[in-house]
Ligand binder design. Structure first.
Ligand SMILES: Cc1cc2nc3c(=O)[nH]c(=O)nc-3n(C[C@H](O)[C@H](O)[C@H](O)COP(=O)(O)O)c2cc1C
Length: 393
């Protein structure tokens, strides 16, 4: 059994839809929790004024009865409140208004030009609408449901912003503390001094009509060893995480654990040595370091699974970059669409959703079953097996 989701919808169209398949039956959905996650995605310093307009309320269209999944496809709609301001321009069944001229100047760094040529469009609006990160709202719906499923297996997924532009957090502390502090930070970070510097940087960029990127870290806590596989390349857990996290718009780098720093270290300095600890439950083979990001050979090793992502600066700049009008060939400044100045804190929430999705899928593959009860019973039996490893110690 595997989990899958697909999305549909345009940024200023009637709404965004997600279709989820492979959830077990009898999973109680926490609607408030889903809305909290969507609220987290809307917040953060550097966000676009569009986020003031959206309410991001979910409407469940199928696959759920009395708040529990039925083991059938789940379809969920999030209506775009901004659609009412775009009725004529985005009407799925209307005609172009007579005065409408379309968008003809592509923004560097966006899908505008490559999408236009690929799909033979004249109006770049056709590209902008689907390439927009508005789509990530329904990824966060899928992610929140994945988080709910994972909670039955003792797994929590969280993260934090590690840098904005040149400002990098430095303080060192445990995962749980970092994640908890980040939850209460306007920049989704854990160091209050760096947080202030980040806010200043974003406000300066806004004042100059410029934008910023940065890095975030996502982590899965409480993940059992044995998820993913080396048996086939696409089953590798690190490959799955890289794919889903890289698919977030604006993400240009994904690193499992200290992937890039590993190149500067010798084997004796990088690899996480193995120790036996009978008090560690359920798995007695532990590490004192976790530079590998909790994955070896494409399989979780019982440590925290963690991934770092790099987000490029937002490509829509108020000050406008050099571009060309595709109709006239004349040089012009790229046009401005209402836009975020820095979306790293918001992208972190999408990153958590994607990590949760990959881990929930890995749990579905390993523990199977049609109902949550059956999946849990298989999980319990696996935990008992892990406990037996102690006798050999
Ligand atoms: C949560 C989130 C919000 C974003 N907000 C904006 C935005 O307001 N304006 C913008 O130009 N790009 C924004 N982006 C980034 C673009 O969607 C992305 O750079 C663009 O689609 C091109 O894709 P690529 O950067 O992956 O090549 C956002 C990305 C995320 C994840």
């Amino acid at each position: 059994m595997r989990l899958s989701f697909r999305t549909a919808g345009e940024s200023h169209g009637p709404g965004m839809v997600v279709l989820i398949e492979g959830l077990p039956s009898n999973l109680l959905l926490d609607i408030d929790f889903i809305h909290q996650e969507l609220l987290r995605r809307r917040k953060g310093v550097g966000r676009s004024p569009r986020m003031e307009i959206e309410e991001d309320q979910i409407e469940i269209l199928g696959g759920v009865r009395w708040k529990k999944t039925l083991g059938t496809p789940v379809a969920i709609l999030v209506r775009n409140q901004d659609y009412k301001n775009w009725l004529e321009i985005m009407d799925p069944l209307g005609d172009p208004p007579p005065e409408y001229r379309g968008v003809t100047v592509p923004r560097p760094g966006h899908a505008d030009l490559s999408g236009m040529v690929k799909y033979r469009f004249v109006d770049l609006r056709n590209v902008i609408e689907r390439a927009s990160a508005r789509e990530t709202v329904v990824r966060c719906v899928a992610g929140a449901i994945a988080k709910t499923l994972l909670s039955h297996f003792g797994v929590t997924v969280g993260g934090f912003v590690e840098s904005i532009g040149p400002v990098v957090v430095e303080e060192n502390m445990g995962w749980e503390e970092k994640i908890t502090r980040a939850r209460n930070s306007v920049m989704a970070t854990f160091d209050p001094i760096k947080e202030r510097e980040m806010v200043e940087l974003v406000e300066n960029a806004r004042a100059k009509g410029d934008t910023l990127g940065g890095r975030f870290v996502v982590a899965g806590l409480g993940v059992v060893p044995g998820l993913g596989s080396y048996a086939q390349f696409e089953e590798r857990l690190d490959a799955q995480l890289s794919f889903y996290l890289m698919s977030i718009p604006g993400i240009k780098g994904v690193e499992i654990g200290e992937g890039f720093r590993s190149t500067l270290l010798q084997g004796s300095e990088f690899h996480d040595e193995i120790f036996y600890d009978a008090s560690s439950s359920p798995f007695p083979f532990v590490r004192r370091t976790n530079r590998s990001g909790g994955i070896e050979g494409g399989i979780s090793n019982g440590e925290v699974v963690w991934v770092r992502c790099a987000m490029k600066p937002i490509p829509t700049l108020l000050r406008g970059l050099q571009s060309v009008d595709i109709q006239s060939g004349e040089p012009v400044q790229a046009r401005y669409e209402r836009s975020d100045v820095c979306a790293v804190p918001r992208a972190l929430v999408v990153g958590e959703a994607m990590m949760s999705w990959v881990l929930a899928d890995a749990y579905r593959k390993k523990f199977g079953g049609d109902s949550l009860e059956e999946m849990l019973s298989n999980f319990e039996s696996y935990l008992s097996y892990l406990e037996t490893l102690k006798k050999r110690g």
